[in-house]
Write a protein that binds this ligand. Structure first.
Ligand code: PLP
Length: 815
């Protein structure tokens, strides 16, 4: 079939194509229902249609004088792709009826796909949601990332402890990817620099004696929602150069040659499993540079093939969005390429760099702020270090101009951190080299301007802007909650999927009896699916009429899963004391991965599991409380969890969660939030109204004040409920045969320097939980709150976020 026809009529010929791929492409002749091969054949069938639209999209972009944006990210947490492609190309019913001929359920075939877990959590999932929105708005945006052989590790729970195992997600191949060896780039490391005079006599710099590694691109199609657009995610894979191998081989060092090959390929072997913290490992800096250099060379080469050496319009037609500081080494790398490879002068190169680069900050946590020792930087990337010194010297001269004689300010603002081992501050490099610096929620951006980046904000206030995060309503509503999708379509039409503000049409229906009954029935059916998941994965039986209270996200002290467990212990204590007045039966679900080196986070997982064991095996609790820890939390698991949740736990210490996006997925699916005034929770509460949100806890500024003389011991002593919780923890009630394992947790809660202020928020948290119980007991009240949460979730669509990037930062347009 001709590609042009297929691009316009993706539904036609599905059945024939599936049959052909099954028997000819895959070479299967067994007619039995082998789900794995059917999955492969269905992907190939869908992929043909994507490829047809992909080509058409490339031609459309090439034919327009339009600015292309390159989204650079070390993480893309894509999850599964088949379901998303079927939805966006409107192929779901065609696929379903085709599989019917094979006596197979679409859902069963979809389960064959492994999640692409090339990210840790929110930051990587944001990149994935952004790609969906960009394609759905026909924006010429290319995602650039790394093709890790091992993505986010798998988590299982043994005796309550997290056990990690590698995620070999490519072991059965990846039918979505297209290797493009013709676009291979060479990446250099190490060596030294030297001056030379070029043919015009001008002094230039050469980077020599380097080790070279190949960057081989693999392209993945990113379909827009029913608009014929298919964008590209280009992932780089590291490979050894042939020359390198051959040299060693000729010298007789066969094994050394192979070892060198492994050394090169190590670069994209594994995703660093740290969320919101940095380890400062050399391999990580190699990964960052590998991504930045390969992607920039790619963009420059494409430019040259079209415009030759004329870079006069380059900044007008290209942009780079840096997803956190991880790819900010792109700033000096673009300078190097323009100066050394394209013979440009400093001022012209700097003008292009600052006009094209834009940096997104994702966190205020000090442990996440990347700095690389000057020593390591100099060994690995000597030419880039020279360029960074030059950028810094020129920048500090500007600072001195602005604040003459203020040496302290120059020291504070220097890209090179002095005192102790000198280090490169990657965030400052990102700010100085970019025309835009954005935070990811209103509070976060304000805190950046007043705190971390205060000096920079004073110098260049116009650079700073906010772009509150969002999530794609295709995956996080239409795909994951087909029952709600159907109800929305019949109630308010189907335009909401492209224009999520249309959900506001639900608001008047929040008191409509017929509608609220249907809405409740959808939630109940979704809870049934979640019950099944929890039964299968945890062996715990959740009760449909109980409140489903859920906290799933990376395990981190700032996210305060500990506060959640303390509430669970408090409920346990209340039931055992017979204090059940006003209590509503609950099922508490907690899930998330801890970084393998983060001992306290792993201990908190153990505590959750031990508390769950004690609660679940006690028959006195059976009607009141059940607790489960869901292993291996990931995108495809969240797709089942968020539609079946009643209460969404967003309980971070105020000022610590930059935005959160899990909070938005839950809200869209009708969960009510219990949360602090942190990140996007503030905007969620503004949108839905204070009556439809359970607020508790100190504000960010109260946290700062309270920290001055924080005395958790006194708080515990004055609060009977908290004292009893601490008593249960101290006495080893949850670790009878495992002496002392939770002592570090008790100490952390009691520490006057506890950065997370858990004891400070306990009282207000349990009071908010009591209100949640009361509201849940009144099903009309809860139904109204739940509907209003969905109704006012429109502004948390990543389409809104991307429209703001497009208009305020990128200045591009849909094509
Ligand atoms: C949305 C999402 C996150 C981010 O959750 P937060 O609650 O915002 O931290 C992390 N992991 C997965 C798999 C997600 O889908």
């Amino acid at each position: 079939m001709n590609a042009d026809f297929l691009a316009h009529h993706p539904q036609s010929g599905m059945s024939e194509d599936l049959q052909r791929h099954y028997s000819l492409t895959l070479g299967r002749d067994d007619p039995g229902c082998a789900h794995f091969y059917l999955y492969q054949a269905l992907v190939l069938t869908v992929r043909d249609r994507l490829v047809a639209q992909w080509r058409a999209t490339r031609e459309r972009y090439a034919g327009e004088d339009v600015k292309c944006i390159n989204y650079l990210s070390l993480e893309f947490l894509m999850g599964r792709s088949l379901n998303n492609a079927l939805l966006n190309l409107d192929l779901e019913s065609a696929a379903r009826s085709t599989l019917y001929e094979w006596a197979c359920e679409l859902e069963a075939v979809e389960q064959e796909e492994l999640d692409a877990g090339l990210g840790n959590g929110g930051l990587g999932r944001l990149a994935a949601c952004f790609l969906d929105s960009c394609a759905s708005m026909s924006l010429p945006v290319v995602g650039y990332g790394l093709r890790y052989e091992y993505g986010m590790f798998h988590q299982r729970i043994e005796n309550g402890y997290q056990v990690e195992s590698p995620d070999r997600w490519l072991r059965h191949g990846n039918p979505w990817e297209f290797e493009c060896p013709e676009n291979t780039r060479i990446i250099r490391f190490g060596g030294r620099t030297e001056f030379y005079n070029d043919s015009t006599g001008a002094q230039r710099v050469r980077w020599c004696d380097t080790h070279e590694v190949l960057a081989v691109p693999y392209d993945l199609p990113i379909p827009g929602y029913r608009n014929g657009t298919v964008n590209t995610l280009r992932l780089w894979s590291a490979a050894a150069t042939d020359e390198f191998d051959l040299e060693e081989f000729n010298a007789g060092d066969y094994t050394d040659a192979v070892a060198a090959k492994n050394e090169a390929e190590k670069i994209t072997m594994v995703l660093y499993p740290n969320d919101a913290s940095e380890q400062g490992k050399e391999l990580r800096l190699r990964q960052q540079y590998f991504l930045a250099s390969a992607s920039l060379q790619d963009v420059l080469e494409r430019w040259q093939s079209k415009y030759g050496d004329d870079f006069s319009r380059f900044a007008e037609l290209n942009g780079f969005q840096l997803n956190d500081t991880h790819p900010t080494v792109a700033v000096p790398e673009l300078m190097r390429l323009l100066l050394d490879e394209h013979g440009m002068g400093w001022d012209e190169a700097w003008d292009i760099t600052t006009r094209t680069m834009a940096y997104t900050n994702h966190t205020l946590l000090p442990e996440a702020l990347e700095v690389w020792s000057v020593r390591l930087f100099g060994e690995l990337l000597p030419r880039l270090l020279e360029i960074i010194y030059e950028i810094n010297a020129r920048f500090l001269a500007e600072v001195a101009d602005c604040w003459p004689g203020d040496c302290e300010r120059q020291r504070r603002m220097s890209i090179i951190q002095e005192g102790g081992e000198p280090a490169v501050r990657m965030a400052y490099l990102g700010i100085v080299g970019s025309h835009s610096v954005n935070g990811v929620a209103a509070l976060h951006t304000e805190l950046l301007k007043q705190g971390l980046f205060r000096d920079f904000h004073e110098l260049t206030p116009a650079k700073f802007n906010n772009k509150t995060n969002g999530v794609t309503p295709r995956r996080w509503l239409a795909h994951c909650n087909p029952r709600l999708q159907a109800l929305l379509d019949e109630s308010i039409g189907s335009d909401w999927i492209r224009d999520l503000n249309q959900l506001e049409k639900l608001a008047p229906l929040a008191t409509d009896v017929a509608f609220t009954e249907k809405f409740a029935e959808v939630k109940r059916a979704n809870k049934r699916d979640l019950v099944e998941l929890v039964q299968r994965e945890c062996g715990i039986e959740f009760g449909l009429d109980m409140m489903f209270d859920v906290q799933v996200k990376r395990i981190h002290e700032y996210k305060r899963q500990l506060l959640n467990v303390m509430h669970v212990i408090h409920l346990y204590d209340r039931v055992l004391r017979g204090d059940t007045v006003g209590l509503h039966p609950r099922c508490v679900l907690i899930g998330g991965k801890a970084a393998p080196g983060y001992a306290m986070a792993k201990r908190i997982i153990k505590l959750i599991n031990n508390v769950a064991t004690v609660v679940n095996r006690d028959p006195r609790l059976r009607d009141w409380l059940r607790v489960a820890f869901i292993p291996d939390y990931r995108v495809s698991v969240m797709e089942v969890i968020c539609p079946g949740t009643d209460l969404s736990e967003q309980i971070s210490t105020a000022g610590k969660e930059a935005s959160g996006t899990g909070n938005m997925k839950f809200m869209m699916n009708g969960a009510v939030t219990i949360g602090t005034l942190d990140g996007a929770n503030i905007e969620i509460r503004d949108a839905v109204g204070e009556d439809n949100f359970f607020l508790f806890g100190l504000t960010a500024s109260e946290v700062d004040v309270t920290r001055q003389n924080y005395a958790p011991a006194a708080i515990i002593e004055q609060d009977e409920a908290l004292s009893r919780v601490m008593q249960l923890l101290d006495s080893g009630h949850f670790n009878l045969l495992e002496g002392g394992i939770f002592e570090p947790i008790c100490q952390a809660i009691r520490s006057p320097t506890d950065p997370w202020m858990t004891a400070a928020d306990f009282r207000s948290y349990i009071e908010a939980q009591r209100q949640a119980d009361a509201s849940f007991a009144d099903s009309a009240c809860w139904g109204r709150m739940s509907i209003l949460n969905t109704a006012y979730s429109g502004r948390f669509s990543s389409d809104r976020t991307i429209a703001q990037y497009r208009d305020d930062i990128w200045h591009t347009r849909g094509v």
